[in-house]
Design a protein around this ligand. Structure first.
Ligand SMILES: *Cc1c(COP(=O)(O)O)cnc(C)c1O
Length: 495
């Protein structure tokens, strides 16, 4: 059955998957959601015998119904190849009774690669299907991880260009080095003199600039978005939950139909929403455990039914979760209003204006599969140390937030359902925080010295992504003021 995509904010006519991918966001500002969540059409046993790529096809074919089998399989083959340092793509590691689903084996060693390695292929296929002749220009503001993953995904992809703006003094040294060493004639990386919000606001402004859009169209360009609200990012993320279940089943760690709980370190709510979709497709998932850091808007929301972003923004050691507006939550809110676009729009308007909204008791009923908690900075560090000392497994700060929250869940509920914890970044990406958590003595060491130390400690080879930037030449050194962003784009496109 065909799946069409409708907006969360209006009753406008739904669009096909390829159109939703090209557009990113609906014109009314809403997010595209599938008009129904398709059910898995293979048994768990059948899935248990499949590779990652085969499962990705079985899941994605149900959502991207206007893609042909050949188109989709080609996209999957190009995405999940030797860019990943393991044929398993997303291996599971058992540590102290929980299963850590390592989503960081792609080219930029964070889980964004799971979706951003396939999005460019989905996008050019969508462009071809919709007879778009223009070159697609991806415009992104990044606080670190998304920028590099999007660059790596789009670099060298014919028919696309990518421009990334990042706050010049607002990303980690490793993150910056990863971006400014990005090769590819179709890439541009620019450090702006401002913070992430400035970058994000600047990008949104350029996106909605109608004059610029017309000028670009005349020259054969059009913008699109690699942002996590694009369904072309959400759908590929559903696959690894199905894969994790299939893998546990094939290894005899589960009996067919046995439930698992899923724990996700959450920022923009994309990753955990994908788990929710997997559950609604029929994957036996019990609780969806949503883990936050000190920016615990979601924890408060699940406890009280009030979403309130009016609070201090805290900088933590898990920066990819430092977020006060979780954009993908809108898809869940829409669903628990009973798919009432008007009601959802009211709530989102309140969030934009007053920064707060409250949901009804009836809507809260729709959240009963979710459990929210958070981990402080001290708890996050202690959890890294605890797991390392207990079994030698070293995880990154984001994963540790999830792991610590899982411990709280266990203590509170005594629910011993097997748990899969989404492990969203390699510890090598956040080496200093990770090593300091294990022992304060490491603070005196240099960045790359720490990398070697971690490699010895964790008995894990230094990932390619890190080896590369040790010696890679800087190829992007462009900087600009916030109000020069548009000109920078024009210049790059030769307008
Ligand atoms: C983006 C990111 C997250 C948050 O994921 P969402 O889908 O935005 O909730 C968590 N950890 C890492 C390492 C990330 O890069």
């Amino acid at each position: 059955m065909e799946v069409l995509y409708k907006s969360t904010r209006s009753n406008a006519a739904p669009v096909r998957a390829s159109e939703a991918i090209l557009k990113g966001l609906s014109e009314d500002g809403g997010l595209f959601v599938p008009d129904h969540i398709p059910a898995l059409d293979k048994s768990l046993k059948e899935l248990a015998g499949m590779t990652y790529q085969q499962i990705a096809y079985e899941v994605m074919k149900l959502y991207l119904t206007d893609f042909t089998e050949e188109e989709l399989k080609t996209c999957i083959e190009r995405a999940y190849d030797i860019k990943f340092d393991t044929g398993e793509i997303a291996p599971l590691k058992e540590a102290q009774g929980a299963y850590y689903l390592e989503l960081f084996h792609g080219s930029t060693i964070a889980f964004k690669d799971m979706a951003l390695s396939i999005l460019p292929h989905l996008m050019i296929t969508s462009a071809r299907k919709n007879k778009i002749k223009n070159e697609i220009v991806i415009l992104t503001a990044t606080s670190g991880d998304t920028g590099k993953a999007a660059l790596a995904g789009f670099a060298g992809v014919e028919g696309t260009r990518i421009i990334v703006f990042y706050p010049k003094n607002g990303v980690s040294p490793i993150q910056e080095k990863q971006m400014v060493t990005q090769k590819g004639d179709n890439t541009l990386v620019v450090g702006i003199h401002g913070n992430f919000d400035d970058a994000q606001t600047g990008v949104k402004k350029i996106f909605s600039d109608k004059e610029l859009a017309a000028e670009m169209d005349a020259k054969g360009f059009q913008f699109s978005s690699a942002n996590s609200i694009n369904i072309g990012r959400l759908v590929p993320q559903v696959c690894y939950y199905v894969y994790a279940y299939a893998k546990l089943l094939s290894e005899g760690k589960l009996t067919e139909g046995e439930k698992i709980n899923v724990v996700v370190p959450t920022g923009n709510f994309g990753n955990i929403l994908a788990a929710f979709y997997a559950k609604n497709m029929g994957l036996p998932i019990g609780k969806l455990i949503c883990a936050s850091n000190d920016n615990k808007v979601l924890y408060d929301f699940f406890r009280t039914g009030t979403y309130d972003r009016n609070r201090e923004f805290v900088l933590t050691s898990s920066p990819s979760m430092d977020i006060l507006i979780s954009s993908n939550l809108e898809r869940l809110i829409y669903r628990i209003t009973g798919e009432d676009a008007d009601r959802n729009r009211e709530l989102m308007t309140a969030l934009n204006g007053q920064g707060v909204y409250e949901i009804s008791d009836e809507m809260r009923e729709g959240l009963k599969d979710f459990y929210g908690h958070y981990a402080s900075e001290a708890e996050t560090a202690a959890e890294i140390r605890r797991l390392y000392e207990a079994c030698g497994y070293v995880m990154d700060t984001h994963t540790s937030v999830a792991s610590a929250v899982y411990q709280k869940y266990l203590a509170e509920t005594k629910d011993n359902t097997k748990a899969v914890i989404a492990s969203t970044a390699s510890p090598f990406k956040f080496t200093r925080s990770v090593m300091n958590a294990i022992d304060e003595k490491y603070d005196a060491m240099g960045d790359f010295e720490l990398v070697d130390e971690l490699s010895g400690l964790a008995k894990v080879n230094v990932p390619n992504a890190i080896e590369e930037i040790r010696t890679a030449p800087v190829v992007h050194d462009k900087q600009c003021e916030v109000d020069e962003m548009k000109n920078t784009v024009r210049e790059f496109l030769g307008l």
